[in-house]
Each structure stands twice: as C-alpha cells, then as structure tokens.
Design a protein around this ligand. Structure first.
Ligand code: PHE
Length: 336
C-alpha cells in the first residue's frame, strides 16, 4: 500500500518543524527554508502530483498541502525573527562600552612629567597666596624686551637667543624667550597688590644638548605691593624650596644681572647630598619697569623671579638627559 499524501504530509511537516527549530543560524535556516519549501522540495512535488488524483481528493489534498506550507512558512519566519534578535543582542553585547567600570587590569595613563611639575608648582604657590596667570607665546618686542627695560641697542638682548617671527616690522614679533613679558601684561591691567605666578612655554635659538632645549618651560613669579623688600624675595624663594622639594632642601642667592630687576640675583637649590641645582634668576622689580606700566615706584615695590621647569622635573626624577622628556618615547614616559 502506497502511503497516502496525507501521511507523507504529516511526516514532512513534522520533520520540517524539527529542522527549522534546530537551525543554528540564519544561513542554516535559509538552507532549510529552500529545501522544505523551494521549487525542488518534496512539498512542491506533492503538489505537482495532485493532478493524478480524483477531483474530490485533489481538493482535499490541495488544502492539506497549503496548510502544511503555511505551518512550515510560519515556523521559518518565527525562527528567523528569533535568530535575528539573538544576533542583535550579541552585537550589542559585543559593542557595549561600559564607561563606569574600571577594570583592575586596565592601566590608566598619566600627565607628562613637565605638566605635573607645573601643576605641583602652581599648587605650592597658590598655597602661598599667589594667583596663576598666563600670556601669549608669540609676543611683541615691547612686552618681551622694551617694557622690561631692555631697549633695542641694549647689549643684554644677547642674553636671550631670540627666534623672530616674519610678521610686521622686522624684529617686531617673536617667540617669547622667557615668561617675563607676562609680568608686563599682568601689571598693565591689574592694580597692585599683585601676587602671581606665570607658567608657560618659551623658545630660544639654541642647539639642544643634555641640559638645554630650544623649546622649554619657565615659571615666572611677580609680587608688587607696598613695602616689599629683598628679604621678602629671599624668604619666598626659601619657603617655595621647602614646600616643593622638602625640608631638607635650602636655597641661596648669588649676585647677578638682569635689566628688569635691581638688584638681581641667581638662585640655587641645595640638595640634601650637598650638591647645587642652578634654578633661575630673580630680583627687585626695576623702577623703570613699574613706570612703563604706570605703577608709581615711590608707592609700590616688588620682586620677580623666573626659572626653568623642565630642569626641575629631570632633577626630581634623576633623568640624565633633558631631551628625553620630549622624544615622546612611551617606554621612557611610562616610568614616571
Ligand atoms: N627672565 C629671566 C630669564 O629668562 C629670569 C628672570 C625672571 C630674572 C624674573 C629675574 C626676574 O633668564
């Protein structure tokens, strides 16, 4: 006895539903779909065979086949939706960025040693009552020299190996070779009392070596108030030295010359092992400088200092060659 079309259909449908449910992914499901319902599928063959049946059986057979097709098609659609949903969930999960979680294994970066030195210096000085000010890196001759009591003809100009910018009158625009112009800018628009530090990048026409850079950083200090003396300058330098380096460090001043301070000094820091670190220059603000910004030198006096930050950072970390700071080699930078 040949199996009736109904039995065939039931077997086909049952097997088909099992295969649909077992399809592991969309590609496999597509394959099953074609095999069950495509042109070469058994179900299509059954439909073609209907013509050999009696008209009565033909109608019932056709309905049964259509019903089976619909059942299988619905099962395929349902499984497809299920697999697509799972795919999206998987993709979301894979692409998820958890910005709140810090994995213990994740390594955080840190700021550059010079940036940290500047921030540390700012902390120390703001703790002593100073504000922090900044000025432009491209300056005019007036702010960088003239207002600082250094006329064009002054031999002291050679103290700064200045890089000039090709803009305006020749020699009128430059990359600041020190942070002292920020003193002028500050005094111009701030009436005394002034207690401020001014960190920033400076530029000099210089060949780099183990202790010099053509682009480096300075921090300037300026105090203008009534009755400020050289003793205040020396005391401030020493208080800063101990706050920044620790109690076992001390400072000394040596006579020197700067056109914008009178008297002027160099200051050195004494390390606990007895060696000295030459840090920068300082002095009492020259009366001409005060006059240049409209401050009465009879009423106010002040002191200023300026020193290199990069040198301070390398000395703190025991780095032998200052150029290492800016080669941007992570193997070097990650040590700090
Ligand atoms: N501007 C000087 C320099 O770069 C340092 C300095 C600042 C000296 C303030 C005295 C007062 O060499």
């Amino acid at each position: 006895m040949t199996p009736s079309p109904t039995e065939d259909l039931q077997r086909l449908q049952q097997l088909g539903l099992e295969r649909i449910a077992a399809a592991p992914d969309l590609a496999a499901l597509q394959q099953v779909d074609t095999e069950l319902l495509g042109k070469r599928s058994e179900i299509t063959a059954l439909k073609a065979g209907l013509g050999q049946l009696e008209p009565e059986q033909r109608k019932a057979g056709g309905q049964a086949i259509n019903a089976a097709r619909t059942t299988l098609q619905q099962a395929v659609d349902a499984r497809r939706a299920e697999l697509e949903g799972a795919g999206r969930r998987q993709q979301l999960e894979a692409e998820r960025l958890d910005l709140t979680e810090r994995r213990p294994s994740a390594r955080l970066g840190h700021l550059h040693p010079v940036t940290r030195a500047i921030q540390h210096l700012e902390d120390v000085f703001t703790g002593m009552g100073f504000t922090v000010s900044e000025g432009p890196e491209v300056e005019t001759d007036w702010y960088a020299f003239e207002a600082l009591n250094i006329p064009t003809w002054h031999p002291a100009r050679s103290m700064w190996d200045t890089i000039y910018v090709d803009l305006g009158e020749p020699g009128s625009t430059l990359l600041r070779p020190h942070t002292s112009p920020v003193q002028i800018r500050l005094m111009e628009h701030t009436p005394p009392p002034i207690y401020s530090v001014m960190p920033g990048r400076v530029f000099r026409q210089e060949t780099s070596d183990a202790t010099h850079l053509a682009v480096f950083h300075q921090i300037e200090g300026l105090v203008v108030d009534r009755g400020i003396t050289f003793g205040d300058l020396a005391g401030t330098i020493d208080a800063f030295t101990k706050a920044y380096f620790g109690d076992r460090f001390s400072s000394r001043l040596r006579p020197s010359y700067f056109p914008f301070t009178e008297p002027s000094a160099e200051f050195d820091i004494r390390r606990p092992d007895g060696t000295w670190l030459e840090l920068g220059g300082c002095g009492m603000v020259h009366p001409n400088v005060l006059q240049n910004v409209g401050i009465d030198p009879e009423e106010f006096s002040g002191f200023a200092f300026g020193f290199g930050v990069d040198r301070l950072a390398v000395s703190r970390h025991g780095v032998a060659d200052i150029r290492e700071l800016f080669t941007n080699d992570l193997r070097f930078l990650e040590q700090f």
